[in-house]
Ligand binder design. Structure first.
Ligand SMILES: CCCCCCCC(=O)SCCNC(=O)CCNC(=O)[C@H](O)C(C)(C)COP(=O)(O)OP(=O)(O)OC[C@H]1O[C@@H](n2cnc3c(N)ncnc32)[C@H](O)[C@@H]1OP(=O)(O)O
Length: 168
């Protein structure tokens, strides 16, 4: 595993939204996941969100695509916070091991697995209702480190919109 950046936040640090209108973590998005995250031990990110009726795919059950959003967010946070560089998801694989009912809380632990040039490998587990609860999902991702111009060229980013800690 690559060492964390010297400025990576300490274990126990609560991480606010990186962007208030982010569907994964933002606090201004109706029906968004509002995923909360903090830094765990050994350079992990601990994230959690509670499945609401806005997140259903079948009656009473979370939509798989929304669960993948939670992992994209938690893994993106892991990469951004531990390496302190902007990155985007290039590839995301998700194994859905158990149904996730409305009202349950998913506890996700993300970690870095390796860095090769601009490619960053990360993975995460998601457990139901307790950090030691049954394993419900597993995900692996490849993130690609990008310059901040990625967000201004392709999007409408303003430096004031994104988390200042992980801006170049
Ligand atoms: C705190 C923040 C939380 C944020 C959480 C949310 C994160 C997101 O959802 S980001 C949004 C979704 N992702 C995107 O929109 C990305 C769209 N894709 C792109 O912009 C580009 O394809 C991008 C930047 C990934 C790569 O393009 P580019 O910069 O030209 O690099 P490129 O040379 O193609 O790839 C770099 C390396 O990654 C590899 N790579 C890129 N994509 C993939 C892929 N899908 N699978 C495998 N390898 C890949 C390439 O093979 C290359 O490898 P190598 O260095 O060994 O040759």
């Amino acid at each position: 595993m690559p060492p964390p950046h010297p400025d990576a936040p300490e274990p126990g640090t609560r991480l606010g939204p990186h962007y208030h209108q982010c569907f994964g973590c933002g606090d201004e998005v109706e029906g968004g996941l509002r995923l909360h995250a903090e830094v765990g031990k050994d350079s992990t990110i601990l994230a959690e969100f509670t499945v609401t009726e806005a997140h259903q795919g079948a009656p009473g059950l979370a939509h798989g695509g929304l669960l993948a959003v939670a992992f994209d967010e938690a893994l993106g946070n892991t990469v951004g916070q531990m390496l302190r560089e902007p990155a985007v998801t290039g590839r995301l694989e998700t194994d859905f091991l158990r149904p996730v009912p409305v009202g349950s809380t998913l506890h996700i632990v993300g970690k870095l697995d390796g860095v090769a040039g601009r490619k960053v490998y990360a993975s995460a587990d998601g457990r139901l209702n307790d950090p030691d609860g049954p394993l419900a999902l597993r995900a692996r991702a490849l993130f690609v480190l990008v310059d901040f111009s990625h967000f201004t060229t392709h999007g409408t980013a303003d430096p004031r919109d994104v988390h200042p800690d992980i801006n170049p």
